[in-house]
Design a binder for this molecule. Structure first.
Ligand code: C5P
Length: 227
């Protein structure tokens, strides 16, 4: 990681609005963006492409270390390439999320992705979106936010997001999957989903994206991160 580059960690569960808020913050501050969830999704997808089983730890580590991925710059329409193939849509399905949660529970895979994630920290700053950004990957973050929302609201947001992308899902199935993914993410041995001790918790239930972004920007100011 580039020493001295400020990092803002945005952690929280599925559907908490992390992705949208992180993208908005990166745009407003003109900082870089790390979508760490996409990296876990990419490991699982690349493994499937290569015929590597999601139980094959050594195989998954090799995929995590060698997969060629490319993210479009924050501010553009998001586009993610895997080995030269556009996988933007394939990555967003609930199956891809469940697969990511499975590979994310494997300590060796998390370790293999650590340096790749830290490499995203570049001047003038990084918005790091994930589950363990403040607790494990960037413990020195200048600001740590743990974003959450009531489970029902999270399922509904996710439903709208997927519907807009033309991905067909049922709200009931989505609610079940969100609860299941939360349980797995919060109970795993390594880097379980929970706020870092020094994180500021923000419950976004009933708030608009703009209100959440404004709140975080006030904290960014308080932390003296803006010039
Ligand atoms: O945020 P997103 O839904 O894309 O993440 C997919 C899955 O990847 C999560 O459910 C979680 O299991 C895993 N993940 C993780 N650590 C991160 C980001 C995501 O374990 N920093």
């Amino acid at each position: 990681m580039t020493a001295g580059v400020p990092v803002i960690a945005i952690d929280g569960p599925t559907g908490s609005g992390k992705g949208t808020v992180s993208r908005g913050l990166a745009r407003r501050l003109s900082w870089h963006l790390l979508d760490s969830g996409a990296l876990y999704r990419l490991v699982a997808l690349a493994a499937r492409h290569r015929g590597v089983s999601l139980d094959d730890v050594a195989g998954l580590v090799s995929v995590a270390e060698t997969m060629a991925v490319q993210f479009s710059a924050a501010g553009d329409d998001e586009q993610i390439m895997l080995e030269g193939q556009d996988v933007t849509l394939a990555l967003r399905t609930e199956d891809a999320g469940m697969d990511a949660s499975r590979v994310g529970a494997i300590p060796e895979v998390r370790a293999a992705l650590l340096e790749r994630q830290r490499g995203f920290a570049r001047a003038p700053g990084l918005i790091a979106d994930g589950r363990d950004m403040g607790s494990v990957v960037f413990p020195q973050s200048a600001l740590k936010v743990f974003l959450t929302a009531a489970p029902q609201e999270r399922a509904l947001r996710r439903y709208k997001q997927l519907s807009e992308k033309g991905i067909d899902v049922s709200l009931a199935a989505l609610s079940r999957e969100i609860v299941e993914r939360d349980r797995r993410d919060a109970s795993r041995r390594v880097a379980p989903l929970r706020p870092a001790a020094d994180a500021r918790v923000l419950d976004s239930t009933g708030l608009t994206v703009e209100q959440v972004i404004e709140t975080v920007l006030r904290w960014v100011d308080d932390a003296g991160l803006t010039t």
